[in-house]
Design a protein around this ligand. Sequence first.
Ligand SMILES: [Mn+2]
Length: 645
Amino acid sequence: MSIFALADPHLSFGVSKPMDVFTGWGNHVQRLERHWRRLVRAGDTVVLPGDISWGMSLEEALPDFQFLHGLPGRKVILKGNHDYWWNTRKKIENFWAAHGLGSLELLHNNAILAEGVALCGSRGWFFDCEAAEDQKVLLREAGRLRTSIREGKKRSGVLCVFLHYPPAAGGRVCEEIMRVLMEEGAPCCYYGHLHGASIPWAFRGMAEGIFFDLVSADSLQFQPKRIDIQKCSIGGLHMSTRYESAKEKYAALGLDTGAAIEKLLALPLSVHCWQGDDVIGFEGGGSLSGGIAATGNYPGRARNPQELMEDLDAVFARAPGKHKLNLHAIYAVKDPSVSRDQLAPEHFAPWLDYAKARGLGVDVNPTLFSHPLAADGMTLSHPDAAVRRFWIDHCKAMRRIGAWFAQELGQVCVNNIWIPDGMKDAPADRMGPRARLKDALDEILSEKYDPSLLIDTVESKLFGLGLESYTVGSHEFYMNYAAKTGCVCLLDNGHFHPTESIADKIPSLLLFSERIALHISRGVRWDSDHVPVLDDPLRDIAGEIVRCGAWERTLIALDYFDASIHRTAAWVIGLRSVRKALLGALLLPHDRLRELQDSRDFTRLLAMQEELKLLPLGDVWEELCRRASMPAGIEWMDGLKVREE
Ligand SMILES: [Mn+2]
């Protein structure tokens, strides 16, 4: 038997209060019923922490009660801020009994036992209340909550608390309610009230040894949430206890988990905006060219700056740690008559505002594909000087824009140049295009910027779709160009032969360059731009950054575009995987492993490498997420919406 929670069903069978006017609430009753019947069995319990019905009286709410009664399971009902039908316990219970609604129970100044778990809770109140009247209500609610929890503790050592109002949200805490939860040793607390755009502000995860989670109906896509009973034991094996144990295990190897977490949270990962719209941009062209392709047709692609910014916010609310925003030129917000060689800072003003409001740095990329002048597969290496001129001027414009972003935001900007130039079939002249590319780059980089504002990187590739036989900007070309000119060589781990180790290239570059830059992607058989996952190649890259002492010398961006799954989720999965790989890399005893290599003890080295794989990294990751106020587990998916087309 299971316990479920779902707050804010906002039913209105008895009165006219259509919810479809709110984004994401289309057909919400039908969706709720379908998911409820799919998940909940007759012996299960569903807790509904408030905002049950729009009815103004018990009579008006009756059809809503009857709807709930008709669904499987026991229903435990708490009060929300919109439950105007609420009355005295006696009147509500008599009304339900008179109408044969035996599966409904009231949780109000009491506790209810279900499956050995004591269900407790109250409505709660706003945390920003200052008026004396509000203070009075808040103190009364805190008292009710305490009574309920104490009643619950008399009945079970396993306890689950429900509130209608969030005890913490958007970085603010309702002190009075939180104090009761802490003093009474509540193990977990589920709450509702936050909807739509407010969902990302919910506090979810561990704080003060208490697990918090949002269960408002729309944040759950109207699917009752199964309560994890493991999280309900009072004084049980909390996450914090598990972290303490993990910390000791790592300390025995000379590793400081706390320092690793802080170091990792401060490392910026550059988030590529183009995952949100399949690299289409805002120029209105629509089709992607240049030997790259986004495959899949998952609904909800961002179609304009506002949608892309909303999706990025959903990403930043789910991926712990510092971020930068990585923009391609085609995301300029401008009149279609402004061509790419005429781009100026003003065309990125909305992005500057967006980044400023969130404390993000910005990286930029000229876009040398998806354009009529790139249609024949050549840009900076084109034999026609006029075509080269257009792209040189475009690259210069993006460097100016990058330096402007850096100046405005007080954070260095990375400008990355990647060109698609190449040939489908065997070339007659490999040297000519490369010589033209070299000259073009020389001209682009001849405009000098303060290196504390702008870092230029050059990105190589093995081949592209339709450009299989020859790539002008090959790895050897850019590696030498970067070494000679002082710009930075960027390795995209999708841009090499599938069996080539990108980790192996890192120390070689670091011996000759101040910095390296990475695009993290995942190629499957070819440069397929799959979402990065925590696989061995990624762990090896992260390990090499740490082993080489290159933490401050490595610029990490993500670069992939998967349109076959939820695009925002794809972003989050990739970001979390990269951060997990880096955490694992920080928590390896590299000095001891190096000693084993140098003393030629390869047996112990291999044995040790294998034993280290099963250290409790997950417990440290949970602690990192807790410190970043983010869900550690799959709960980060709650509230992810699919945009209605
Ligand atoms: Mn790339």
